[in-house]
Design a protein around this ligand. Structure first.
Ligand SMILES: [Zn+2]
Length: 416
């Protein structure tokens, strides 16, 4: 006969974010995620002591699926990012890093959660209105007369997933081949096979796909090992999903960190020049608006800065607000126009008269040029671009999740 144990009372912790343990765990999680970001992101190897598969990845979906997170605050964050990735496939790391940055930056300020949340919502609305507006110069319309923009998009996705272990030549090719049509992609487009058999010609072995219909488009993925193959499958699914999203909402955002730095420059300038009108409507002091805006903008800039993993210097130009990366060994030169070549997205080069500032330093707010050069519309094939829908949604998810976590007053756990 089993003995009944008295039910233990629930464990109640107040103000979870004030706990040093929570702060340091959040900082470790951010470090793990940020070190994966971008084309030169560092890979993570995940496995457990029970055996089974070893996962080598730098993608948020695989990382978060295999990462064991126990603290409720971190669970809110990881669940929110996983939810974003399940809906949009891309920009998961961007969402997670931005959310962590916002929480960290706001915590250093002397603002009540209610004020910080209200101001974060306002700053988010500034960003989303700008990104959706005709004046936005980090958004490029998709030209359906050519596949250039689509290829750039797929190329950006493939090159930011180093665990796929694709060579440069291979990346230029698992980019061009899948796009046979500009029509909306439906499952019937790919056809179906009724059987698969193997065939041998000389020393070579082949798969023979026997189609049901006359036309079959096949995307056959193979890789050198299982973990790289898993990464490649996930990456191709992401690329397919991003193409579908882009057909529905035909815009792309400039990548390589340029959208983040440009957006930060835009928000800084807007708040600097219109603070009086903003607080008149919002009812808080100008001082509070300025510190919250600085925390918000530096959180965006830190995401862009996370693309650099080799000790190089990150700069912003004072005309377009784009990101420029300078290699570590030439960072002390100081004469930036000789050292830099192109901005992160590839749209601008350093030949024209530009002034730069180190991203971490404070610069005087300036209005970033909000008119996209006509040449940019035709040069999309050479640019690094991001999915508009996924990034916009990631921005919203990051700010909303940070606000939700900043608003947590109690964590109540049932330990029975
Ligand atoms: Zn750029």
């Amino acid at each position: 006969m089993s003995r009944l144990e008295a039910k233990k009372p629930s464990l109640c912790k107040t103000e979870p974010l004030t706990s040093e343990k929570v702060r340091s765990t959040l900082s470790v999680l951010k470090g793990v995620i940020a070190s994966c970001y971008g084309p030169s992101g560092r890979l993570k190897q995940l496995h457990n002591g029970l055996g089974g598969c070893v996962c080598t990845t730098s993608q948020s979906s695989a990382l978060l699926r295999n990462l064991s997170v126990t603290h409720p605050v971190l669970k809110v964050l990881t669940s929110s990012v996983q939810n974003h990735v399940s809906c949009f496939s891309d920009c998961g790391l961007f969402t997670a890093i931005l959310c962590c940055n916002l929480i960290e930056n706001i915590q250093r300020l002397d603002l009540t959660p209610a004020t910080a949340i209200k101001l974060n919502k306002y700053l988010l609305s500034l960003c989303t209105s700008y990104l959706k507006s005709e004046a936005c110069s980090c958004r490029i319309p998709v030209d359906f007369r050519s596949t250039h923009t689509f290829l750039s998009l797929v190329h950006s996705i493939l090159t930011s997933k180093p665990a796929c272990m694709l060579s440069r030549k291979e990346t230029d090719h698992i980019g061009a081949t899948p796009i046979g049509s500009l029509n909306p992609i439906v499952s019937t487009t790919y056809g179906s096979v009724k059987d698969v058999c193997s065939a041998r010609f000389g020393s070579k072995h082949f798969f023979h796909l026997l189609p049901n219909e006359a036309t079959v488009c096949s995307l056959l993925l193979c890789s050198r090992n299982d973990t790289a193959w898993e990464e490649l499958k996930l990456t191709c699914q992401t690329a397919m999903h991003v193409l579908q999203l882009t057909i529905k909402e035909p815009w792309v955002l400039l990548g390589g960190g340029c959208t983040e730095t440009h957006l930060a420059a835009y928000v800084r300038h807007k708040v600097h020049h219109e603070a009086e009108a903003i607080v008149r409507d919002d009812g808080c002091s100008q001082a509070k608006l300025h510190v919250a805006a600085e925390a918000f903008c530096s959180a965006l800039e830190s995401v862009a800065g996370s693309l650099e993993h080799d000790g190089g210097e990150i700069l912003i130009d004072m005309k377009y607000g784009h990101l420029w990366s300078c290699q570590a060994d030439s960072a002390s030169v100081g004469n930036w126009s000789d050292t830099l070549s192109r901005c992160g997205c590839g749209l601008y080069n350093s030949q024209e008269e530009l002034n730069w500032s180190v991203l971490r330093s404070t610069y005087h707010p300036f209005a970033p040029q909000t008119c996209l050069p006509q040449a940019a519309l035709g040069s999309a094939s050479n640019l690094t671009v991001d999915c508009f829908t996924a990034k916009l949604s990631g921005l919203q998810a990051a700010v909303e999740t940070a606000n939700l976590i900043l608003d947590l007053s109690y964590v109540i756990e049932d330990k029975n």
